[in-house]
Every structure is written in C-alpha cells, then in structure tokens.
Design a protein around this ligand. Structure first.
Ligand SMILES: Cc1cc2nc3c(=O)[nH]c(=O)nc-3n(C[C@H](O)[C@H](O)[C@H](O)COP(=O)(O)O)c2cc1C
Length: 341
C-alpha cells in the first residue's frame, strides 16, 4: 500500500476545514478561488475555463497576487492552498497548460483523465501535490501507479460528469489499496456532509454544486436561482449532451426546448443531441450542470457566509457523532457558552 499519510497531514494543516471547492467549468473564476482560500478552504480553477493557455496564465497571476496581498494584509491568517484542474489525456493544450502551472508552482493539481508518471513527476519537482480524480478501482490503481499523491473519488449524484458509484462502497474500496488523502466528490453540501465523508474513510470533502450558488461564482443568476428552486428529482443523469454521462438540471433542458422527461427516460442510453452546423453544444453554457444537492441549497450566500455556516455545521456534527458513537457523554459535547466580562 502506498504510504502518503504525510500529504494528508500537510493538507489538513494548511486548511481550516477539510473542504475543496470543485473546479467548475465556465463558473470558477479567480474571485471564487480567492474567496475560498481566504476562508481556509481549498479553491480550484480548471484550465479549460479559459479559451487559451495565455488566459489561464493571467488567471493564475491574478490568484497568486491576490493571495500575496491577503498574506501581507494579515500574516497570521490561515490562507488555504489552491488547485489547478488539468485534463491530461486527449488534450492538445496539456503541455502548454502544464508549463504554466509549473511556472506558477500551483500548490495542488487536480488531475483528470490519466496523468502520466512523467507529468506527475514534473509537478512533484516543484513541490506540487497531485490529487487524481477516479471513477472506479482500475482508474485508481493507474493513478496510484503513476505517482498521484491523493485520489478524488467521484461518486453518484454529483454535478456534471459523474459516476454511478456509491460513496460508501467506493471509499471503502479505495481505502483497501491506498492510505493517502482521499477527497470525496458527489452529493456533499453541508458541514454535516463533510463530517460524514470523514466518517466513511475520506479525508476531504469536495463541493461543486453548493459553490455554484454563491455570490462569487460566475454562474448566470438564473442558473443560481434554478439550483435554489430545484429538488434532487429535477437532476437528470444523461448522455444526451456530453460524451460521458453527466447530471444536468431538468428545467434548463426545458428552457432550451428539449423534452426533459424523454431524456430522463433514456438516461445513459440517450442518443447524443448533435448541435446544428455552426452551433456549439448546448451543454454547460445553456443546459446547466448540477448535482442532487440542489435539494438542500436554498440560498445564494457569499463564500465567507457559506464558509462560516459550514464550519459551524461541521463542528456541531462532530459533537453529535461523538455522542452517538458513545465517545463522549452528551453533556461534555455541548459547545462552551461565550465568555463575558
Ligand atoms: C457546472 C459544473 C462544472 C464542472 N466542471 C468540472 C471541471 O471542469 N473539472 C472537473 O474535474 N470537474 C468538474 N465538475 C465536477 C466537480 O468537480 C465535482 O465532481 C462535482 O461538482 C461534485 O459533486 P457536487 O456537485 O454534488 O458537489 C463540474 C461540476 C459542475 C456542477
């Protein structure tokens, strides 16, 4: 078994909450990353959020200088590290994007689509940490063999391209072969969910949909409102719009004139809806991705407001779990009243 527990400790020490904000294609922007790391939460930004490598370089410069300003304004504050999200396979931009990530010495790389050993070594060479996303055990074994420091377990119900893996099963499966950091993605949106992810053996929670509905995300206001107004049954897992099946909001399909109930019925067997010549795919920009956590997302807070809430919920959930498991008597688990005078 690969021994990577030191990486888990490093990441835990560097954060105020074991939480990573997911890379959100078209919706992650430096403002969202900076607001997240300021709260001690890992923020992330996908290279494909920019049309060119040069644009991505500019984003990373903006993030680096924002973090430098935060640090000089408040040297004692815990500013979390941030992550770049790169697609390593079948991506003509990968060499250039990776060079830019290396130039900026981005602390964490969230790797998608099979990073090679050579690519991972380049990130290790400047001290970067590689968290590789995996949707099944075989992918996990390949990521570990290639030298990934941690695994991102993609599980059912998450926004965008997901998997049908049950989180209990998948984290258990990964834990049998890997003792490094595991970040669980799919269906997490509350502080209690973070504690639950840790309880089943993960070290970090990843939240995507929850952070789409924040003031700092670049999602269209109507998209954010649709997240607030939707329930889990309004999420359709389909291969109609993307090469891999993904979770999208039903009402965003209807708004574009698609028969959402037919798409739901066809599920992962849905034929790909090919855009007319000259038009781009409707996915992401017009048909909006989101996960089942829309069910309990009822507001559009700032990242700072959300982080405060998540930290409070997480602390309360840990106390409650400790009592439930008989680890502490109920009266000792109560939060201490504030001191006066
Ligand atoms: C709008 C949207 C865009 C996404 N874009 C990316 C991406 O660019 N790269 C990536 O690795 N994952 C992407 N994801 C998936 C997230 O990384 C994450 O796995 C997922 O949001 C977790 O599930 P949750 O939405 O239930 O929190 C995206 C998800 C959404 C909702």
């Amino acid at each position: 078994m690969a021994a990577k527990t030191d990486v888990t400790d490093r990441l835990k020490d560097a954060t105020s909450l074991p939480l990573i904000v997911a890379p959100l294609f078209l919706n992650s922007v430096p403002e969202l990353v900076l607001a997240s790391v300021k709260e001690g939460i890992v923020g992330s930004i996908p290279a494909f959020g920019q049309y060119t490598t040069q644009g991505y370089d500019e984003w990373l410069t903006e993030i680096d200088s924002g973090i430098a300003q935060m640090k000089s304004a408040n040297p004692a504050a815990k500013i979390a590290p941030y992550a770049a999200n790169l697609i390593f396979n079948k991506n003509p931009r990968i060499d250039a994007d990776l060079d830019v990530v290396i130039k900026h010495r981005v602390p964490i790389v969230m790797a998608s689509a099979e990073a090679s050993r050579e690519q991972i070594e380049k990130i290790h060479a400047y001290g970067g940490i590689v968290l590789h996303d995996v949707a099944n055990l075989d992918e996990a074994k390949r990521a570990i063999d290639a030298g990934a420091d941690g695994l991102i377990a993609i599980t059912a119900g998450g926004g965008g391209q997901g998997s049908t893996m049950n989180p209990f099963v998948f984290v258990n499966e990964l834990r049998r072969i890997f003792d490094g950091p595991i970040a669980l993605a799919g269906g997490l949106a509350t502080g209690r969910d973070i504690a639950a992810a840790e309880s089943i053996g993960a070290d970090f929670a990843i939240m995507g949909t929850r952070f789409l509905a924040t003031k700092e995300s670049r999602a269209d206001p109507a998209y954010k409102q649709m997240i607030v107004d939707s329930n889990a049954s309004d999420i359709i897992y389909t291969s109609a719009f993307t090469a891999q099946p993904a979770n999208f909001l039903k009402d965003s399909m209807t708004k574009e004139g698609f028969d959402a109930e037919k798409i739901r019925k066809d599920g992962t067997a849905a034929p790909r809806i090919v855009p007319p010549p000259g038009e781009k795919s409707k996915a992401w920009k017009h048909v909006w991705a989101a996960g089942q956590t829309v069910s309990h997302i009822n507001d559009i807070p700032s990242v700072a407001e959300l982080a405060t809430r998540l930290k409070r919920e997480y602390a309360a959930a840990k106390r409650e779990i400790a009592v439930k498991l008989g680890l502490v008597p109920a009266h000792q688990a109560k939060p201490k009243p504030p001191k006066f005078g």
